[in-house]
Design a binder for this molecule. Structure first.
Ligand SMILES: [Zn+2]
Length: 765
């Protein structure tokens, strides 16, 4: 009997519900509410189909392959003429199932060639104001001749190979087809003029000091193999200067000859330390290998300054470096360098954290650089995998922030008198954490930077934030006078100005870097913040961290795509995050939520207007209506004061007998006894879907926070109603009380509406 009655009621309510929806749909047939653009639809159209190379789980598939390029190089630096000479032997291994007719080699320095196309794709017109150096560069000086001179391209037997240079890419014709599993060895000889990176910008070059000496940070200095893989074929998209690099892994054996008084370091193990270090320097280095708390200076500031006062050495030394499995090679050299190092324990192994800087970097650099390197290795290893290399070097180069395997260039220079502001100090520590962090993304988790800037910059910016907070905790002296490390990116609220900005100048994260506006916010800030929100607010740390580590470890020393990341995060967590990827990565929508209304309801046994309307509409007579629990809105025509704060089972007899019939006395005693019922209408004028985090404050001063998953928006993207029952009266409701969701307008987030005064404050901001 009871079962039949319940069935009738539920059928009636279902039909009432669908009637209401139908009516709404007829009144407002909005195309955007159509299922095809539902924000929770699966990402099948955007994602490529999984295959034997890349699995649907986001892991490398059973047939996953990657190419290999091994290099042997002899490099000579002509310091006086800032010119570089190189000879390399590349052994290229074709692990793909495809037969190759030619190879593509990257000639990145050709971006600085006289006939470079880079200046010709700038359509911004005349700049209204320029620095003298910029003006001179644009209008007065002849273009710098910094492209590669390719002198020879030879096969193993010394026969010339046919090649063709298309701007920054060189196609080398293979004498015979390169089949699966086979390798091809060839030589390239080249030279080029090194640019002044302080004057002309750029990721490598030299800085000229007033004493006549220079410091070199050298990268993209050799013709580098392009990537060939299952998603791009040859990644031979031209280098215009912004989108970085895509490179295969391989072994590097590099001999670099520089003036004998230079200090040099680079990617790989120094295999002839005894030939290039003095006895004193060797002894200091051995001491540094045992120092875990503080760096040990290997070449002192005094020693560097003494060398800088003399004319440069005419004799040379050759530094030999060997790296086992890296995607690139960078190095630095100068007679003006100070160097220090300390050991860091990561995963049971001792890693050397190293800093190299001209005296101009002190006193800041001797104090914080090596410690920032050490903190980076610890934090990133915790979030991803144990750092696999034996060292990580931070080099101070003016205005630079650039990364290579085991070595990176970083800015942060005190004034001439040695003073520095907090801005310079935290800028320096942050850039070191960021660039050393790039060892993980993209040097080891080797994504395609040319195509997807966010895959290394966004992931790296996210872990950078975690490491910065660790830095503040583990080295309290670094944040003297502050509660926490002042991270520039990471917290949700910091991305609001960008998200709320002019839509004409915002591109989705899933865009090629070259084609985006506001590059820093697009490729660093927004994805970094999105991942922080995903971790703190959507997934929680445990699920996020496990999934993020799974991605990092699955793709360590491999080439992941965006889908591999998106899929792994879902695969390892049992969370459908398609809505999150869609909103944050594929659109430029922003989050804006607000409280539209809050209504109080009480329980009544008297038929209310909603039931009367339904009866009339469906022609149902009273005999077919069982006793219901009627919800009556305060202030409505059904409402009277006597309903306020009543116990529901005292008001509705049928409810009381239902409870008596179906529950034991102890079960009934354990039941809640709400007297206040609230309906909170939340509106979402912003397009982005996010969880609703809502804080209720009760009359007795206590409060409670409830998080509704983003799926609450799955059937209505504009407005939802929350129902909340309580034994205590609610006096205040706030959406997103801790500013976790990057809500662009918080003036509508509070009920009762925040006072006019605070609105005025917000406008002033
Ligand atoms: Zn970066």
């Amino acid at each position: 009997m009871k079962a039949i009655k319940l069935l009738f009621i539920s059928m009636m309510l279902v039909s009432y519900g669908s009637f209401a929806q139908e009516k709404e749909a007829k009144e407002e047939p909005k195309a955007e509410e159509h299922a095809n653009i539902n924000k929770f639809r699966q990402l099948y159209q955007e994602f490529s189909t999984p295959n034997q190379y890349r699995s649907a789980s986001g892991a490398p598939g059973p047939q996953y392959y990657q190419q290999r390029a091994d290099y042997e190089m002899d490099i000579r630096l002509d310091d006086e003429n800032h010119h570089i000479y190189g000879y390399e032997t590349i052994t290229y291994t074709n692990n793909s199932p495809d037969v190759l007719d030619y190879l593509w080699v990257q000639l990145d320095q050709n971006m600085r060639a006289k006939d470079s196309k880079t200046p010709l794709i700038e359509g911004g017109g005349v700049q209204p104001f320029m620095q003298p150096s910029g003006f001179a560069g644009e209008y007065l000086s002849e273009p710098f001749d910094g492209g590669f001179n390719i002198l020879k391209v030879l096969d193993k037997s010394g026969n010339p190979l046919k090649y063709m240079i298309n701007n920054t890419m060189m196609r080398v014709e293979l004498p015979s087809k390169l089949k699966t599993g086979k390798e091809f060895e060839f030589d390239i000889e080249w030279d080029y003029n090194i640019n002044n990176h302080v004057e002309g910008r750029g990721r490598s070059g030299y800085e000229q000091f007033p004493d006549g000496h220079r410091a070199y940070v050298i990268a993209q200095f050799y013709p580098r193999m392009a990537v060939y893989n299952d998603v791009e074929g040859w990644q031979n998209s031209q280098f215009y200067g912004r989108d970085e690099f895509a490179l295969p892994f391989g072994t590097f054996e590099v001999n670099i000859t520089v003036p004998a008084d230079h200090w040099l370091d680079g990617t790989g193990k120094l295999t002839n330390r005894k030939d290039v270090y003095s006895k004193t320097e060797l002894a200091r280095y051995e001491q540094a290998q045992k120092s875990f708390e503080n760096p040990v200076v290997i070449r002192t500031q005094q020693e560097a300054e003494k060398l800088a006062m003399m004319p440069g050495s005419k004799s040379t030394k050759t530094w030999k470096l060997k790296a086992d499995y890296v995607r690139d090679f960078g190095w630095t050299s100068s007679r003006r360098y100070v160097a220090d190092a300390m050991a860091v324990k990561v995963g049971g192994k001792d890693i050397m954290a190293v800093s190299i800087y001209p005296p101009e970097g002190n006193p800041l650099w001797e104090q914080w650089s090596t410690k920032a390197v050490a903190q980076t290795l610890k934090s990133y290893s915790r979030m991803t995998f144990d750092y696999p290399y034996h060292k990580a070097i931070s080099v101070h180069a003016k205005n630079q922030g650039m990364e290579y395997p085991m070595i990176c260039w970083n800015y942060g220079r005190p004034d001439a008198d040695g003073n520095y502001s907090d801005r310079v100090k935290f800028g320096m520590i942050s850039v070191i954490i960021h660039e050393v962090g790039h060892n993980y993304f993209p040097m080891i988790v080797n994504s395609d930077e040319r195509q997807w800037t966010w895959m290394d910059e966004g992931l790296n910016t996210f872990v950078q934030y975690v490491a910065e907070q660790d830095m503040g905790e583990n080295y309290p002296a670094s944040i003297e006078g502050l509660d926490a490390y002042p991270s520039r990116r990471g917290p949700a609220a910091k991305i609001v100005p960008y998200m709320a900005g002019d839509q004409r100048y915002i591109a989705p994260i899933m865009s090629k870097g070259l084609n985006t506006y506001q590059f820093g916010s697009n490729a660093y800030g927004k994805p970094g913040t999105a991942l922080n929100i995903l971790r703190e607010t959507v997934m929680g740390r445990e699920l996020f961290d496990y999934s993020f580590r799974t991605y990092s470890q699955r793709w360590m020393f491999k080439h992941p795509t965006p889908e591999d990341f998106f899929r792994t995060m879902e695969d390892a967590s049992a969370m459908d995050l398609d809505w999150f990827w869609r909103g944050w990565f594929y659109t430029t929508q922003f989050n804006d939520m607000g409280i539209e209304s809050v209504d109080k309801y009480y329980v009544s046994s008297e038929k209310n207007q909603a039931m009367k309307d339904l009866q009339k509409q469906r022609n149902i007579d009273d005999s077919r209506i069982p006793q219901m629990v009627y919800m009556v809105k305060e202030g409505s025509e059904d409402y009277n004061e006597s309903l306020k704060g009543q116990e529901p089972s005292e008001v509705v007899g049928e409810l009381k007998s239902y409870l008596m019939d179906n529950f034991t006395a102890s079960e009934r005693a354990a039941m809640k006894s709400p007297k206040f019922f609230y309906e909170i209408k939340v509106v979402k004028p912003g397009g982005l879907v996010m969880p609703i985090i809502i804080e209720y404050t009760y009359a007795d001063g206590t409060s409670e926070t409830v998080t509704h998953p983003a799926e609450i928006w799955r059937l209505n993207d504009k407005e939802v109603g929350l129902s909340k029952a309580s034994t205590k009266e609610i006096v205040k409701i706030v959406i997103d009380p801790k500013l976790e969701t990057a809500d662009v307008d918080t003036s509508n987030n509070t009920w009762p509406a925040a006072a006019e005064v605070s609105k005025f404050d917000q406008m002033k901001k």
